[in-house]
Design a protein around this ligand. Structure first.
Ligand SMILES: [Zn+2]
Ligand SMILES: [Zn+2]
Length: 309
């Protein structure tokens, strides 16, 4: 990735870039990215757990199922009977706390066919345990006066293990192709980003990861790159449980604003969307400025929940 010799962006340029991006995001056309939850583990009331929908021709594809996912789908006007397919990047709790909600609430709201869930090895086990944990609920809703269907709580889990660095297509149907991109997320054995290709747009969602060549190569020239990020300026040891190793954790599990700026400068996505920002005290402008200082001159925006791109 090229080193940047770019001067610091002025606050006016940053503000103009943000304003431009905000204006554009109001009128998405064709395939749309809906930021259902832009948060991370900290329970920020404004940022629900990680979940992103890609909507093409009325079909909904869901990426991760963080806390509050079904309520956010309702808020975004998406069907509460569930998406066409769900894709889980990795099994960290912040990305899967809404998975029981997704399974059970969509059933209660009328889903009749098995939820289609794609994800890393371990998703089958997680699903089995979730259904076991709620087996009394399932029994009462079917046998009692609610007369729920005996099919709609079920989940068809499609586990994959894509170790090939070029990734692999995990879903292809009626013009939508979804490719799993192996990423590096500390000691997780499997973690993925996804590339979504529809007839009119290409989108990459990074998942949780350090900067990787796999994401770089998959996102060259894409319409939208949705990437996690943390502000390098805030990484220092802290006085709390796990605080001593906080900087090492961040470097081995996540991507800094400087690293993302370098990656984006090389990949040149048409729009870079930041979400899952680890640590939120950081001023948005400072984060955007770091990305620009690292060399990315394209359009970049900090996502808020329910934004559309
Ligand atoms: Zn996460
Ligand atoms: Zn994670």
């Amino acid at each position: 990735m090229p080193k940047s010799n770019r001067k610091k962006s002025s606050p006016i340029i940053v503000a103009r870039t943000v304003a431009l991006a905000r204006a554009k995001r109001r009128k998405p056309s064709g395939t749309t990215v809906v930021m259902l939850g832009t948060g991370m583990p900290r329970p920020d009331p404004e940022c629900f757990g990680p979940a992103t929908a890609v909507v093409y021709d009325g079909r909904v594809f869901l990426f991760d199922a963080g806390s509050g996912v079904v309520r956010r789908m309702a808020a975004a006007g998406l069907s509460v009977r569930g998406p066409e397919a769900t894709f889980i990047t990795h099994l960290h709790s912040d990305h899967t706390l809404g998975y029981p909600d997704l399974i059970l609430t969509t059933w209660v709201m009328g889903r009749r066919t098995p939820l289609q869930a794609y994800g890393p090895v371990g998703l089958k086990k997680m699903t089995k345990h979730i259904l076991a944990a709620w087996d009394e609920d399932i029994h009462v809703r079917i046998e009692g006066l609610e007369h729920q269907t005996t099919t709609g709580y079920k989940v068809a889990v499609h586990e994959f293990d894509v170790s090939d660095a070029s990734g692999g297509v995990v879903y292809e149907k009626d013009g939508v192709r979804i490719t799993a991109i192996p990423v590096i997320h500390g000691c997780w054995k499997q973690a993925y980003g996804f590339r979504i290709d529809t007839p009119d747009r290409s989108i990459v969602i990074s998942g949780d990861t350090v900067p990787t060549n796999t994401i770089l190569e998959s996102s060259r020239g894409v319409d939208v790159l949705v990437h996690e990020v943390y502000p390098e300026s805030q990484v220092a040891p802290e006085v709390r449980i796990g605080g001593k190793t906080w900087p090492s954790y961040m470097r081995e599990f996540h991507t800094s604003d400087i690293e993302l700026g370098l990656l984006a400068a090389e990949a040149q996505p048409k729009l870079l969307v930041l979400h899952h920002i680890v640590r939120h005290e950081e001023d948005d402008d400072e984060l955007l400025e770091s990305i620009r200082d690292a060399g990315f001159e394209g359009e970049v925006v900090v996502a808020k929940d329910l934004d559309r791109f």
